[in-house]
Design a protein around this ligand. Structure first.
Ligand code: NAG
Ligand code: NAG
Ligand code: CA
Ligand code: CA
Length: 461
């Protein structure tokens, strides 16, 4: 008897070990569900109508219960809030509306206690125009004079013009005249978001130090914002018209084909440098700091963000194909094709991921159908790769209709009342619906910064 039991036992142990080793070969960022929190709209604890860090702290139990393994916070740094946190005036401080550095430390400790990873948003392309670097750059105070992209005006018949036709993502010229410095500066997004000059090694080092600062505080990695925009060409020629330019207004970003301002060769190298920095910490303690990049790039470019045969890039660039290709019009074949396209174009050993929503896109439940949402999540959870959920999508939250007079998104404001609905990113940003109490349990205030999607709502403050 003994030998055969022993034999069976050995077999069982062996196969268990097989399963375990296969499982443990995967790292935390591969086995965790990622959950994006848009802090302004998640949970308001101090009653000012705007979500805060204490609110996130308050809801950690909910996140744990949901099975979330990692949270990614949209920017919580000091910001004048022109682009709701994506315009940063101090990369090392917390925006007072969200709380204090102590609140952040408490949140990080609570996350660690609950074994939930905490990933920060890193916004490399631009700072706020209220950042001290920019203010000194305007004055040409060293070493800041070349921290931003300054160019002389093009003078035609004695009249001042921007250096070229480049357009901002939020509409209109990407160049803004500065009277004090008597030059234009470049801004890929809002006027109040001047682009940093990555051709200046001091800027690269500054931003690497920002990464080091937060890693040393104990965060588990970064989601890197708008990376295709980091470098622009030194060739200041006009960009050509887009193939479908007739479908856009001449001030729309999509009017031009972005040959000189997006996905430049230097950009990939910088991303590889950021990864090297993160991996440097792993060499010290064996623990992975994750790096995810945001880019809506064509797939050939997108895949270069993974790295090449000699350099590592992002652990993964966000896979936006489900957002870009699929809608309520899609049938099963469209889904299959979209999934296969990602799987076949992705580098062989690369790890995939699936994204169906974020704070820039109309809500998944509205783009598809509320009844679709569980199916969509099942799909992202079952497919190989990491699933990333935008807060509220797990409930099937739908877009909140935001009237023109309630509109606060700069991208929507810039295009005006006639077209704002197509451009507005306020719709998917309405406060999280926690319960059926007034303002959906988001705030005790009568008003929330964007109206809640309930009949009991107030208007925005
Ligand atoms: C990988 O990218 C780096 C840029 O960081 C480049 O110098 C190198 O030539 C690339 N390697 C290959 C094999 O393409
Ligand atoms: C999804 C996302 O992070 N979108 C942001 C991309 O970057 C621009 C500029 O920083 C923001 O306005 C978007 O909200
Ligand atoms: Ca608050
Ligand atoms: Ca840039």
């Amino acid at each position: 008897m003994l030998p055969s039991i022993f034999f069976i036992g050995c077999l069982a142990t062996l196969s268990l070990q097989g399963v375990q080793s296969k499982y443990s070969a995967l790292d935390w960022w591969q086995t965790s569900i990622f959950y994006q929190i848009y802090p302004r709209s998640f949970k308001d604890v101090n009653g000012d109508g705007i979500g805060d860090l204490k609110g996130i702290m308050h809801k950690m139990g909910y996140l744990k219960q949901l099975g979330v393994g990692a949270i990614w916070l949209s920017p919580i740094y000091k910001s004048p809030m022109v682009d709701f946190g994506y315009d940063i005036s101090d990369y090392r401080d917390i925006e007072p509306v969200f709380g204090t550095i102590t609140d952040f430390n408490n949140l990080l400790a609570e996350a660690k206690a609950k074994k939930i990873k905490l990933v920060l948003d890193f916004v490399p392309n631009h700072s706020s125009n209220e950042h001290i670097w920019f203010q000194r750059s305007v004055e040409k105070i060293q070493p800041y004079a070349d921290y931003y992209i300054w160019k002389d005006a093009k003078v035609i018949n004695g009249e001042r013009h921007p250096p070229n036709n480049w357009l901002s993502c939020f509409g209109g010229s990407a160049w803004e005249w500065n009277d004090k410095r008597q030059q234009y500066y470049y801004h890929a997004f809002a006027v109040q978001q001047p682009d940093l000059n990555y051709r200046n090694p001091a800027v690269v080092e500054e931003m690497k130090n920002v990464l080091r600062y937060w890693i040393e505080k104990g965060v588990d990695g970064f989601r890197m914002d708008a990376v295709p925009f980091v470098f622009e060409s030194t060739n200041l020629e006009d960009e050509p018209l887009a193939g479908d330019y007739k479908e856009h207004e001449p001030t729309d970003h999509d009017y031009l084909e972005h040959t000189l301002t997006v996905d430049q060769p230097e950009t990939f190298d910088l991303i590889y440098q950021f990864r090297e920095l993160l991996d440097g910490y792993k060499l010290l303690d064996g623990y992975t700091r994750v790096m995810m990049t945001e880019c809506y790039s064509p797939l050939d470019k997108m895949m270069r963000y993974f790295g090449n045969s000699t350099r590592r890039g992002a652990h993964f660039p966000f896979n936006f194909l489900p957002i870009e290709r699929l809608s309520r019009q899609s049938n099963a074949k469209d889904f299959a094709n979209t999934i296969m396209e990602w799987e076949t174009k992705k580098p062989k050993d690369a790890w995939g991921n699936w994204v169906i929503g974020n704070h820039d896109q109309k809500r998944a439940a509205s783009r598809f159908d509320a009844e679709f949402i569980d199916g969509l999540h099942m799909m992202t959870l079952l497919l190989p790769g990491t699933a990333i959920t935008y807060n509220g999508d797990e409930l099937g939250m739908e877009d909140s209709f935001i009237r023109w007079d309630q509109t606060v998104d700069p991208q929507a404001i810039n295009v005006g009342p006639k077209r704002y609905q197509a451009f507005s990113r306020d719709f998917p940003r309405s406060p999280f619906q926690w319960d059926s109490s007034p303002n959906a349990g988001f705030t005790t205030n009568l008003y929330s910064w964007l109206p809640c999607s309930t009949p009991t709502t107030g208007t925005r403050i």
